[in-house]
Design a protein around this ligand. Structure first.
Ligand SMILES: NC(=O)c1ccc[n+]([C@@H]2O[C@H](COP(=O)([O-])OP(=O)(O)OC[C@H]3O[C@@H](n4cnc5c(N)ncnc54)[C@H](O)[C@@H]3O)[C@@H](O)[C@H]2O)c1
Length: 334
């Protein structure tokens, strides 16, 4: 299968760097083209909240495009990976799907539920696969936590807290991330990862009660209580931290018989009886795993069991409700 990467900034280069390891797993895929409006994107390395990108930039094996229309006109593509500013997700995913091209599009799905619903309608109409890059579902420590929740190994969850904390996202192209109209702000861009995990693990909550801070930018942080009848679930997404603060993702989940924490050194288990220990988690890269799943879904003509696009739509609906709750001071029923 031939494919292209559209948007060759921070995340486009992360996906590019993972192509060899993905090809090792899925066999015959061929990156034929890269597309970015910015000529310099093909020459400079970029950084993201994940750190400096060290992908090798010898791009002589690929055809380079500055215009997505031209890419679609000239190339015969089976699928595309798009890593574009969020306000372009719907537009370019729909352009590709209308041409019968399968689409892996970065998270969040879109800025509005209506845009996400449109993407889903086109995917169904054209019988193409659409997957959104909600990569946390594929990261080993989160996947291990999901297994612990589903297996009831330590009993039911009593309470859970998730945090994702970062400096302001000032590294993006034309600073689009810090413009809430273009990125959805910290709630849709950063915090959506935990929103996605929470409803994957616990189902869609009955409602959300949120507060936000608006000191450096609108909705720079959001703190939410997700309403479940039998457990207390909270999360914090904050990109108002100083530039020197390290990107941090953590959770603490208290089950009936143990507490599991994602800590600096790994996934810690604190049983109600016995000693603390480090849980063994298989090595793995969520960004590569999600693409392996996506490509296998195309090959086998099936939906992903882990990350269906309908779930990504739920994630943006919940995240948007959180902003409404923070702005109105009221609980939003879902
Ligand atoms: N899954 C994750 O962990 C994760 C992490 C960071 C970002 N992201 C997501 O990835 C997406 C991209 O974020 P980023 O950090 O790479 O941003 P970025 O600003 O670094 O890169 C965006 C790139 O898109 C290019 N671009 C803009 N308009 C274009 C167009 N019309 N056609 C082609 N290229 C165009 C820009 O020139 C830029 O190189 C966002 O949706 C973001 O939320 C995901």
């Amino acid at each position: 299968m031939d494919f292209a990467i559209i948007g060759f900034g921070g995340l486009g280069k992360v996906h590019y760097g993972n192509v060899p390891r993905i090809a090792e797993r899925v066999g015959d895929i061929r990156l034929v083209a890269l597309c970015d409006v910015e000529e310099s994107a093909f020459h400079v390395r970029t950084s993201t909240n994940l750190g400096e990108n060290n992908a090798e930039l010898d791009l002589s094996a690929y055809r380079l495009y500055r215009d997505v229309e031209e890419l679609f006109a000239r190339e015969r593509l089976d699928f595309v990976i798009t890593a574009l500013p969020t306000y372009l997700h719907e537009k370019i995913a729909v352009m590709a799907m209308e041409r019968g091209i399968h689409v892996f599009s970065e998270k969040p799905m879109a800025l509005t539920a209506a845009q996400g619903e449109h993407m889903l309608r086109v995917a169904r109409k054209k019988h193409v696969k659409l997957m959104i890059g909600q990569c946390v579902r594929y990261f080993p420590e989160y996947a291990a936590l999901k297994e612990l929740i589903d297996s009831n190994k330590y009993g039911k969850v009593i309470q859970a807290d998730f945090q994702r904390i970062s400096p302001s996202a000032t590294w993006s192209w034309q600073n689009w991330m810090m413009d809430e109209a273009k990125s959805g702000g910290a709630t849709l861009d950063l915090h959506v990862h935990d929103v996605d995990f929470i409803h994957w693990a616990f189902g869609v909550p009955k409602g959300v009660t949120s507060v936000s801070t608006n000191y450096k930018s609108k909705h720079e942080s959001v703190r939410t209580l997700y309403h479940y009848e039998d457990k207390v679930v909270t999360a914090l997404g904050d990109w108002g931290m100083p530039g020197c603060f390290p990107f941090t993702q953590r959770f603490t989940v208290r089950f009936e018989r143990a507490t599991v924490e994602r800590a600096e050194k790994g996934l810690m288990l604190y049983p109600e009886e016995g000693e603390a220990s480090l849980l063994e988690v298989p090595a793995g890269n969520g960004h590569a795993e999600e693409l392996v799943d996506f490509i296998n879904c195309i090959r086998e003509d099936r939906e992903s069991a882990v990350n269906p696009p309908e779930d990504s739509l739920k994630s943006i609906k919940i995240a948007i409700a959180e902003k409404v709750s923070a702005d109105t001071g009221k609980t939003v029923v879902l």
